[in-house]
Design a protein around this ligand. Structure first.
Ligand code: GLA
Length: 348
């Protein structure tokens, strides 16, 4: 694997942002020190032509301005925690509530997505580290996170590791918006998705899971057979109305902790197929319902708007800390948090 480092401007605080471009055969991925953002991911289409399949920006300033977590690493705890409140080891904690002042979302006001990560290059790939001090965004204890991005001939592999000196919630993910027609190609409704998930966690009006585990069968949430992303996203179905499309946690079939297939998405236009495997218990399918048309122009000056990208955020179920029946994303001293997600590409 070839790794090249280039400057990518400065963040608001004046620190240099670097971009590392990894290349392996026909695949290439660019990663920023700011937010550990996956800034580009280029894969060959059915004719061997390179296509950049993730949304992104051309400057650090644009990344700091947008509020959609585009391409970033998310932590300490991805997705929502109801009222930002939880009890751990008999102690109550209050986290920063950065969504409507009532919900903790994607790690808080200054989550891992807005932090500068320290990089190191090794034979395996690019490793990014972030040390989250005790009390940051209200979380207990200090947490050390290490995320490795690496490429094989056909895959982008993301490994997540973390350790902590105190029991703490930990739920790390990557928030890339994919468009297999190319990042600037517009709505993704025609791309076909198949999820290896017979169940999901329904949400309430604040997008917090109700605690119920529901079967997808017989509803528009059933994506176990290949379906265009846009076939049902506007259906008159309460769960879709609440979120303005798909923005739900699906329970990945099979034993969590083992790497198993979670999703497949394909584009008729480019022939690109993306398979997602993960060790995580769940995956948020988000169809970019809140992608803001007023955010800075994307790479090459293209404009992104709602539903111009889809996210597959592998994760512990949202708000699991307030719902003890869900697998608990709690990391204890002496343990290592270890998860892997693989994005595998082919074309036909
Ligand atoms: C996740 C959430 C969405 C939204 C996006 C970012 O997918 O579930 O509701 O917050 O992140 O905009």
């Amino acid at each position: 694997m070839d790794i090249v480092c280039t400057p990518f401007g400065r963040d608001r605080a004046g620190h240099a942002v670097l971009r590392y471009t990894l290349t392996e055969g026909a695949l290439s991925a660019s990663i920023l020190t700011l937010g550990g953002v996956l800034q580009s991911l280029t894969v060959p289409d059915r004719n061997g032509k390179p296509v950049d399949v993730v949304l992104g920006f051309d400057s650090a300033e644009d990344y700091e301005q947008q509020t959609c977590y585009i391409g970033a690493l998310i932590g300490r705890c991805a997705n929502r925690i109801a009222e930002g409140r939880f009890v751990l080891n008999g102690q109550a904690y209050q986290l920063a509530c950065n969504e409507n002042g009532t919900t903790h979302l994607h790690g808080g006001k200054i989550g891992f997505d807005k932090r500068q990560w320290i990089t190191s290059i090794h034979s395996e790939g690019l490793s990014l580290q972030y040390h989250s001090p005790a009390g940051e965004e209200g979380y207990p204890g200090a947490l050390h996170a290490a995320v490795t991005y690496r490429l094989t001939a056909n895959s982008l592999i993301i490994d997540y590791h973390a350790e902590s000196d105190t029991p703490t919630p930990c739920n790390l993910t990557n928030h890339s918006y994919f468009n297999l027609d190319g990042h600037g190609a517009g709505p993704v409704g025609g791309q076909r998705i198949r999820l290896n998930a017979a169940r999901y966690t329904p949400i309430d009006a604040a997008s917090i899971p109700t605690g119920e585990i529901a079967a997808t069968q017989g509803t528009p949430m059933d994506l176990t057979r290949e379906t265009p992303l846009g076939a049902h996203w506007d259906d008159d179905f309460e769960q879709l109305r609440l979120a303005g499309g798909y923005d739900h946690n699906f329970i990945v079939d099979g034993a969590f902790g083992t790497l198993r297939p979670a999703a497949r998405v394909s584009s008729e236009r480019t022939g690109i197929i993306m398979d997602v495997d993960t060790t995580m218990p769940g995956m948020q399918l988000y169809t970019g319902n809140f992608l803001r048309a007023d955010m800075p122009a994307g790479k090459g000056g293209v404009k992104y708007a709602p539903r111009h990208g889809f996210c597959l955020e592998t994760q512990y179920y949202p708000s699991a800390l307030t719902l003890p029946q869900f697998p608990q994303p709690v990391l204890r001293p002496g343990e290592t948090y270890r998860h892997q997600t693989v994005f595998r590409f082919s074309a036909e």
